[in-house]
Design a protein around this ligand. Sequence first.
Ligand code: ZN
Ligand code: ZN
Ligand code: ZN
Length: 263
Amino acid sequence: MTEEREKNVIECYVCGTVETIPFRCNYCKEHFCSDHRNPINHSCPFVNSYKKKRQDMLHGNQNNGGPNISFSQIFSKIIHIKTSKTELLHLTVATLLVTAVGLSLNGYRYFSWQFLAIFISAFLVHELAHKFLAQYYGSWAEFRAQMSGLLITAISALPIMPFKFIAPGAVMVALSDRKKFGRVALIGPVTNLVMGFSFLLLSLFYSSYSPYFATGASFNGWIAMFNLIPLGVLDGQKILEWNKLVWAITIAAAMGLFIIGYL
Ligand SMILES: [Zn+2]
Ligand SMILES: [Zn+2]
Ligand SMILES: [Zn+2]
C-alpha cells in the first residue's frame, strides 16, 4: 500500500488491479476487478448468502439445500473455471520449459508423444489440481510464473546440468482457512503420486512399454519430491505447517516412487 495513492484510483481488493470502473460487491461492499467481482472469486465473507440466492434463482426455491452436495453441483463449480490471458500465457511458458527439462534428461535424443504426454501431464495436472480445489473452496486461484523460477528451470533444461529444478511458478490462492490451504497444497503432489504409481502398476503388466512407464513413474516421483521440500513457496512448506504427519507420509511415498521408477 502506498501512501500517495490518488483518491480517484480504485484498486481491486484481491489482486490490486486498478479499475477505472470497478465492480462493487453487493454483499461485502468492497471494490473488485472484473475477474474478482463474483463473491465466489473474492472469498466474500457473505458467499453463502450469494450462493443461496443464486441457488434459489436456478431451482425455483424447491431445493432446501441439505448437507449433501450432488455430483452436478461439484461439476458446475469446477466447470465455472475462471482464467485470464495472463494465466494462460504463464502456464504455456512454464509448461514448455518443464517439457524441455524432461526431454533434457535424455539429452533431447528421444522425442515421442509418449514422453511429451508424461512431462506435460506431470506438470499441468499438478498445477490445475491446486487451482480447481482452491476454486472449489471459493477462492480466486491462478497460476503465475516467477522470473527466478523460470530462469532456474530454463538452466535445468540444458543437457549438461546434472541437477534439474522444476519451479517455474505456483498457483496463487486467497484462502485464509489453514486446513483448506493445506489441502490445496497437498493435492498437487498427490496427483503426481497417483499418476506415478499408476505408471508403476502398468509397467508390471506391459513390460514392452516399460521405458515410458519407468520414466512416467520416476518423473512424477521427482516432481512430487521436489515440490515437497519444505522451503519458501513450495508445496512442502505449506503442507508441513498444516500437518507434519501428512507431509512425512507424502514425501516418503514420493521418494519411494522416484527410486523404484529409476531402478
Ligand atoms: Zn482483481
Ligand atoms: Zn463480497
Ligand atoms: Zn504444487
